[in-house]
Design a protein around this ligand. Structure first.
Ligand code: MEV
Length: 338
């Protein structure tokens, strides 16, 4: 394998927000998600001497120069540190696919905290695989990046629909249908008038997904019925979204929040925020993502935005200023050898 002349490449991938369909999407139903303009930045540098090692600097998650061998990255499902799991699993997948084990230094930095459920793991995997593919001149297409990325994510956590990875790779706003065959459809939408607030509670997505799996096992007809209703709503919501009909989309968000409550993933903190946003005039509001904490989203009429933000803060939320529909994984810049 010939190494391209590129020596250092800087890439970035967006975080995500789930608009509608969370949990149901794990069970092969569709969802709607948008990429947000808070990004995970990753620098890959070819290092010398070439002893087939990698060195990771990820200060946001307390990793300061952890070292390992590329051929042994994430071997047996073990990483050097919790903060390096997704970087290492992406390295392992890339090495198996290409056999490339050139000495590398990897540095990450995120615009958003990994605690807010905004998709830092999938953005890391997308940025790693895209960066590696560009550094070594392979130019993998988005579909191939997605299937390698899903493999990398699944090595770390088994349950997961992959919508966040699709959002990190493709960007924009997506209709993601997790049926067989899987469908990833970029949507043309007017700018969503979103307000995002963090509840102050960090949720552990795999644990919450597991709790829903248990509820599904206890009540298969009921919970599958809820998932089917959600799937229906995603299709209606897609039309509302493409038409920019925020009143209808808001109503569907309210209904969806009720269904998420029925799945057992709402909390006092998220419920308080949702009710506060609605009382302040939102078109609609819901928790976004796995639940159990993390973020709430609201759709705000322009003349109510300030009042909604103030109500969310008053109810204990922290406003996160991010714009939806951000570009997918991309090269920021690169340098060649002198
Ligand atoms: C978490 O952001 C969304 C879930 O649907 C899990 C997933 O889709 O992987 C709960």
């Amino acid at each position: 394998m010939s190494i391209s002349p590129q020596h250092t490449i800087r890439v970035s991938a967006p975080g995500k927000l789930m608009l509608l369909g969370e949990h149901a999407v794990v069970y092969r139903r569709p969802c709607l998600a948008t990429a947000m303009d808070a990004r995970l930045h990753l620098t890959l540098s070819l290092a010398e001497p070439d002893d087939g090692r990698f060195t990771i600097f990820a200060p946001d998650v307390g990793v300061d120069g952890s070292q390992g061998r590329i051929a042994e990255a994430f071997a047996g499902g073990h990483a050097l540190a919790p903060g390096t799991r997704f970087i290492e699993s992406a390295l392992a997948v890339f090495y198996e696919r290409t056999g490339i084990a050139h000495e590398l230094t990897i540095t990450t930095h995120s615009d958003f905290p990994s605690t807010h459920g905004l998709g830092s793991s999938s953005a890391t995997v997308a940025a790693m695989l895209y960066g590696l593919s560009r550094l070594f001149d392979l130019n993998l297409d988005p579909d191939e990046l997605f299937s390698l990325g899903l493999d990398a994510v699944r090595r770390v956590q088994q349950l997961g629909s992959g919508f966040d990875l699709a959002t990190a790779i493709y960007g924009g706003t997506l209709f993601y249908d997790n049926a067989r065959p899987r469908q990833i459809l970029p949507l043309n939408t007017p700018t969503l008038p979103l307000v995002v607030a963090y509840s102050g509670i960090k949720a552990d997505t795999p644990t919450i997904v597991q709790q829903v799996a248990q509820r599904l096992e206890s009540w298969p007809d009921t919970i599958n019925g809820i998932f089917d209703v959600m799937a229906h709503m995603v299709k209606d919501a897609r039309c509302a979204l493409e038409d920019g009909d925020w009143a209808r989309l808001g109503e569907l968000m309210d209904i969806q929040h009720g269904l998420l409550h029925a799945l057992g993933v709402d909390t006092q903190a998220t419920a308080r925020l949702v009710f506060a946003a609605r009382a302040a005039g939102a078109y609609g509001a819901k928790l976004s993502g796995a639940g159990g904490g993390d973020c709430v989203i609201a759709l705000a009429p322009e003349d109510r935005r300030d009042a909604i933000e103030a109500a969310l803060v008053e109810a204990g939320g922290e406003i996160i200023r991010i714009a939806p529909h951000a570009p997918g994984v991309r090269v920021e810049d690169s340098e060649s050898r002198p």
